[in-house]
Design a protein around this ligand. Structure first.
Ligand code: DGL
Length: 259
């Protein structure tokens, strides 16, 4: 595996672009390949077996494209499939899990909220992590019904998303949460709306910076940091590309590919 090979990332759509951006901020000299499996979005409503098969397919594709490290830029794929991915592939694989631990360490009201997809919340990995850290702390779970589908279909449609979010956070606010964990990479793009509807005393936590730190660490430990400044970033989707375009930075373009 060459040092100058790209880092590979995948998600069901645009959510993982937030992780890509954070990684590029920390590691600007790394090349990257991003797969948006938007033909199969949302993952959160699929069976565990389907999520595993999609994750295997995406990881295999990134390895075929010569990626030196894989970032599963999707909580749903991580919590349902990462153990199997690590069994099957030798390439280092980094996943993303909801920031439960920092929320638990920070809470004063002893109540935290988590907003995630149905399949993340029902996964064994998520349940084990919450049980491990949650002694004496209440974790109020809320499924973010339809949020991923709306974002994938229409981007950040403020009004529609705002009304959904109000109805999702209200029950958690009634339980006096002071930390809200975002357990889906798509929800990163909802932080601005959430800040408008939540009291300022509620802290919103996402995991993107934790993942980029971990990526740096794993590249260092494996001695596979890029040795060139001449990097290249590529984005691929297998469904409609019109919404994804809005989430990419200036000069970045999305290509269609069958995978
Ligand atoms: N970005 C994915 C996640 O982090 C979205 C899952 C979905 O497609 O439902 O969970």
């Amino acid at each position: 595996m060459a040092n100058n090979s790209p880092i590979g990332l995948f998600d069901s759509g645009v959510g993982g672009i937030s992780i890509y951006n954070e990684i590029k901020k920390t590691l600007p000299n790394e090349s990257a390949i991003y797969l948006a499996d938007n033909l199969n979005a949302p993952y959160g409503k699929k069976t565990k077996e389907e999520i595993i098969n999609l994750s295997l397919k995406n990881t295999q594709k990134l390895i075929d494209l010569n990626c030196k490290l894989i970032v599963v830029a999707c909580n749903t794929a991580t919590t349902n499939a990462i153990t199997i991915l690590r069994e099957k592939f030798d390439t280092p694989i980094i996943g993303i899990e909801p920031s439960i631990k920092p929320a638990i360490l920070n809470t004063k009201t002893k109540n935290i909220g988590i907003l995630a997809t149905e399949k993340t919340l029902s996964s064994n990995l998520f349940q084990q992590t919450s049980n491990k850290f949650s002694d004496g702390i209440y974790i109020h779970e809320q499924i973010g019904y339809d949020l991923v589908s709306i974002i994938e279909k229409s981007g950040i449609n403020q009004e529609l998303l705002k009304n959904k979010l109000i109805s999702y956070v209200q029950p958690m606010l009634e339980k006096n949460i002071d930390n809200l964990v975002l357990g889906c990479t798509h929800y990163y793009y909802l932080i601005d709306i959430l800040k408008k509807i939540l009291p300022s005393s509620v802290r919103v936590l996402d995991s993107s910076s934790a993942v980029s730190k971990r990526v740096k660490q794993v590249l260092e430990v494996n001695n596979i940091m890029s040795r060139t400044k001449d990097c290249k970033n590529e984005f691929y989707c297998n469904g409609n590309e019109s919404v994804i375009k809005k989430f990419l930075g200036e000069g970045e373009k999305i290509n269609k590919m069958i995978f």
